[in-house]
Every structure is written in C-alpha cells, then in structure tokens.
Design a protein around this ligand. Structure first.
Ligand code: ADP
Length: 328
C-alpha cells in the first residue's frame, strides 16, 4: 500500500456540467477508499465549499452513477468564491473538516478557483477537466466532449433526413463556447458541406462559393455546422444573408443547445473519467499539487494549472483539410 500523508480529500464539480462527471467522482471516491483515504463530496461546487455543504462518500455512495449524465453532487457558479473573503471561508471549512486536498472537476474557471485556493492557503489541489467544449490545454480530450459529439452527430443525422426529403439548406448551431472542437468533429462525422469555427477566419463569400460548387455538383440539400462562438455571424444572420444571395433556397436554422450537455456518458467518456479520477488521487498521494490531470497520447500527465488555464488546444489542421476534401 502506497504511503501518503493525505488523510482526507474533498471532491467537487464546478462550472458547466458535462456527461461523465459522475464517473469521475466515482473513480475519485473508490480510489481514495482503496488507499484508505477519507473522502467528502462537496455539493454545488465552490458554494458548497464556502457553506460546508459536505457529505461523506464511501464506495457504495457512488453506485449506479457511472452511467448517469450530469453530476449528482450538483454544480454551481459561485461569485463569492471569486473574492478573497469567500475563499477564506472555504479554507476555514477545509480546516474544520480536516480536508487535506481538493479534487476539482470542471473547466478553466473552476481551475482558476482551485489555483487561488492553493496559492493563498496551500490546500493541495488537482483539477480534472470536465467540459463538453474540449477547450482545456493539457489533455487530448476533456470529460464530456465525446458524449456531446455523439449527441450533436446524431441530431445532425436526423436533420439530414428532413433536409434531404425537402431539398433544404440547414444551418445547425452546436455548442463549444469560444472553441470549434464540437463543430469541426461533429461536422466531419455528419458530413456537413461547410463548418464555421472561431479558430479560422471565415468569409461569407467563401460560404457562398461552397453553395455554388454544391449546386454545380447537383447537390439538392446541405447542412452547414456553425460553432456558437463563430465570429463571422450567428446562425440566424448567416441564414438571412444566404437567403438574400440565393432566394430560391429553402433555408432552416436549428440551434441544438443544451441537449448537448446531457445524456448518458459514452464509453470513451466513462473510461476517460475513470482514468482521470484515479490519476488525480494517485497524483495527490505522490505529492502533485496545483496541477491538472490529463491524458495525452494515451498517457496520464499532470500539467500545472497555470499552464492549463493560459494555453489553448489547437485545432488539428489536418481535420480542417480533411473536411474540405470530403465535403463535396
Ligand atoms: P467553468 O469551470 O466551466 O469554466 P466558470 O468559469 O463559471 O465555469 O467557473 C466556475 C466557478 O469557478 C465560478 O463560479 C467561480 O466560483 C470559480 N471561479 C472562476 N473564476 C475564478 C477566479 N478567477 N478566481 C476564483 N474563482 C473562480
């Protein structure tokens, strides 16, 4: 059995929820239990840490959740934690409850909070990237990304049925905040004619050019996938501009919205969450702190939280080329 001076950890989920967070909590709790470390769950993210909203978690408290979307600990956004006074209250709760370390499952905002708590009070912290957007440096995939991709792809597949039946042009908006990972990958998987993402400068003329080429090749219907953070225009404006240029087109807009955040986590997300939950606890035991656990090239790696927050994952250039070649 590995030696560690950590007696008790707390785990919380914070910021936007993502499918697979429950699987990550389960992995943290069961790994801690295996190594005889106590575990407290914190309800509602940093708000629960400030208010001492804890529950003791043992291996059986996390049964039947690996297949559930969302987070049974609930997530929250907490303005008070952004203030030094709020964090001092949170630290006091940690002290009173003999919490030696914190595992924070969330996105970059949540990691900023974990880093502040570590910098100011020395609480040992490890982050686990849980967000559908995949916009966190230090891991190839974030927990929830794969499930969201599958949800988006299945929804676009359904839209394609109606697009084809009526010779329609659909603009489909997918989530991703400022990142285009969901748009690019779901667009490729669903055979979109064009994909607009914030990482690349798009022009309306290029989009019109795509439609003209599609017409020439005899295409009667098409789907354009647009990332919510696309800078050229939002889906409704894109649809309107396209209608002006091509008055004969039967154009529809579909915003997929929050369905992309829900649902049963995919196999890939459950396995990722299990690896990262285990990795976070092992990392803490081995002295890691102020880091994020991630998987890169199939290996568990720890990235300083500061780097995870500051740097960005690049869009894979090959994928951009591939969709352009395959779209026509
Ligand atoms: P996400 O983790 O998904 O990026 P948010 O950006 O909403 O979500 O952050 C979640 C929570 O993390 C916030 O409500 C706040 O409590 C905490 N947080 C975010 N940024 C900071 C910060 N700079 N300092 C301290 N806490 C922060």
């Amino acid at each position: 059995m590995a030696e560690t001076d950590i007696r008790r950890i707390a785990v919380l989920t914070s910021g936007g929820d993502a499918p697979g967070m429950n699987a990550a909590i389960r992995a943290v709790v069961r790994t801690a239990n295996y190594y005889k470390i106590g575990c407290l769950g914190v309800r509602e993210g940093y708000a629960g840490l400030i208010n001492g909203n804890f529950l003791k978690l043992g291996p059986r408290s996390v049964r039947n959740i690996i297949n559930q979307g969302g987070t049974f600990l609930k997530s929250a956004r907490c303005a008070e934690f952004k203030t030094p006074e709020g964090r001092a209250k949170a630290f006091e709760q940690c002290r009173q409850n003999q919490i030696d370390a914190l595992v924070c499952i969330g996105g970059d905002g949540s990691f900023r909070g974990a880093k502040a708590l570590n910098d100011e009070f020395g609480i040992r912290t490890v982050g686990i990237p849980g967000t559908i957007d995949n916009d966190i440096f230090g891991t190839d995939n974030t927990i929830g990304f794969d499930t969201a991709l599958n949800t988006a792809m299945e929804a676009i597949d359904k839209i394609r049925d109606t697009a084809t039946s009526h010779n329609r042009v659909f603009f489909v908006e997918v989530m991703g905040r400022d990142a285009g990972f969901i748009a690019l990958n779901s667009g490729i998987a669903a055979g979109a004619i064009d994909i607009l993402i914030p990482e690349r400068k798009d022009s309306i003329e290029e989009l019109f050019g795509t439609f003209r080429r599609a017409e020439k090749s005899g295409r009667m219907s098409s789907i354009v996938v647009v990332a919510e953070g696309e800078e050229l225009a939002n889906v409704y404006d894109l649809a309107e501009k396209t209608k002006k240029e091509f008055p004969d087109y039967d154009i529809r807009v579909s915003v997929l919205g929050h369905i992309q955040r829900g649902g049963r986590p995919s196999c890939a997300d459950r396995v990722l969450a299990s690896r990262l939950g285990y990795g976070a606890v092992k990392g803490l035991m081995e002295g890691e702190t102020n880091v994020m656990a991630g998987i890169r090239a199939n290996e568990l790696v720890f990235t300083p939280i500061e780097e995870a927050i500051k740097k960005h994952n690049d869009i894979n250039k090959d994928l951009l080329k591939i969709y352009e070649i395959l779209a026509m």
